[in-house]
Design a protein around this ligand. Structure first.
Ligand SMILES: [Fe+2]
Length: 382
């Protein structure tokens, strides 16, 4: 059955000359899928375009790498058919060259949606910007406002330190999450840590972020981007010495030091916090010695629904950025507190000259905290 186009617009100015070939009547629809399209970075040089919807045949992703401004050659156009993984359609785009913009559109019996533009991996030393927020949970209007604001920022990707939804076992909440995130996550991948509210025997977090189907079959992993090594941890499972996650973490840190990368850890439970939950002693006992030993520059956390940045603790900055929608809670600052705030916010990080420049912004776009994180040298032979 052919579904009549809802809205016809001229897409020809969006596409390179001569493409798509011989396809009159190209139409664009609003986000018509139950969820998506959204991006999942599955490996270096790869990006998966994902959507959820009951379809008679697989959607196709049409994509091309935008040539650099000095290039005189025409781009190569590709079509990648999505594969079904449970309820998800996944088209994995591969061999993406670094430091480029990639455009894609997704077509199916619902029509054409796009084009969307995302950034491929950054090469070493390349400057870029990313964002962080957390605890989006149940405050949908705040979550929506933050995402719409972030969608206007010039970022490569964004980090969520956990508690993406209120009840991780409720399928509808994940669909709602991806719908709220659609203006941003259709063009920027999300690097997510799992929070206590995301946990579920139904494994929705794992499924929606393709853990196992297109990457390791657990909820901790590493994402390298330019000079950054971002280590996403699962603070819902064992992390003490001897555990599989601890082995993974120490190996990721050691290799990051050997490659002279800036090290960021993202997890849900905060090692240092002056919020209502407070510092998590078990997590701090594991992470603080490793952060000192390997010279971790930044540890991002959530769980306490406020903003807090610490002074340098043995060279590491600890930040709680977790007012992405969950109820705001009070902060009673400690000696380790450098700055705190109790309102919805996100953080922008500029990575350049091998350091991080951070700015925390509220919903009015006001910068209420700014800081520089310099490289933190490791304290031991590795
Ligand atoms: Fe939490």
């Amino acid at each position: 059955m052919t579904i009549a186009p809802v809205l016809i617009v001229s897409l020809w100015s969006c596409y390179p000359k001569g493409w798509p070939p011989q396809r009159p009547g190209y139409a664009i629809h609003d986000f018509a899928y139950d969820a998506g399209p959204y991006l999942v970075r599955t490996a270096p040089g790869r990006m998966a375009v994902v959507c959820a919807h009951s379809l008679a045949s697989p959607p196709t992703v049409q994509w091309w790498v935008r040539p650099s401004k000095t290039s005189t050659t025409a781009p190569d156009y590709h079509e990648t058919s999505a594969q079904m993984h449970g309820e998800l359609w996944v088209a994995e785009l591969q061999d993406l060259p670094p430091d480029h913009e990639v455009r894609y559109a997704i077509s199916s019996e619902l029509g054409l949606l796009g084009p969307f533009t995302f950034r491929s991996d950054r090469s070493r030393s390349a400057p870029f910007r990313f964002a962080a927020l957390g605890d989006t949970r149940s405050g949908h209007q705040v979550h929506r406002n933050l995402i719409e604001q972030l969608a206007r920022e010039d970022i490569d990707f964004f980090i969520n330190s956990g508690d993406l939804v209120e009840f991780g076992g409720d399928h509808d909440q994940w669909i709602q999450f991806f719908n709220i995130e659609a203006p941003l996550i259709s063009k920027r991948p999300l690097f997510a840590s799992v929070g206590n509210h995301d946990n579920s025997q139904r494994l929705y977090f794992r499924r929606f972020f393709l853990r196992g189907s297109h990457g390791p079959n657990h909820r901790y992993l590493t994402q390298d981007w330019g000079d950054l090594r971002i280590i996403l941890l699962d603070s819902e499972i064992e992390i003490r010495p001897g555990s599989a996650q601890h082995v993974f973490l120490e190996k990721a840190l050691r290799e990051g030091v050997q490659q002279n990368m800036l090290l960021i850890i993202s997890l849900h439970y905060p090692p240092y916090s002056s919020g209502e939950h407070g510092s998590n002693p078990e997590v701090r006992a594991v992470l603080a010695p490793l952060a000192k030993k390997y010279g971790v520059e930044l540890i991002l956390a959530g769980h306490d629904h406020n903003y807090e940045r610490t002074h340098l603790m043995d060279g590491t900055t600890y930040i709680v950025a977790a007012s992405g929608g969950a109820p705001i809670r009070r902060v009673i600052p400690n000696d380790f507190t450098a700055e705190f705030r109790t309102e919805p916010h996100y953080i922008l990080f500029d990575v350049s000259d091998h350091r991080l420049i951070g700015r925390a912004l509220n919903l009015q776009g006001e910068v209420f905290d700014d800081f520089i994180i310099e490289p933190n040298p490791p304290r031991a032979e590795n």
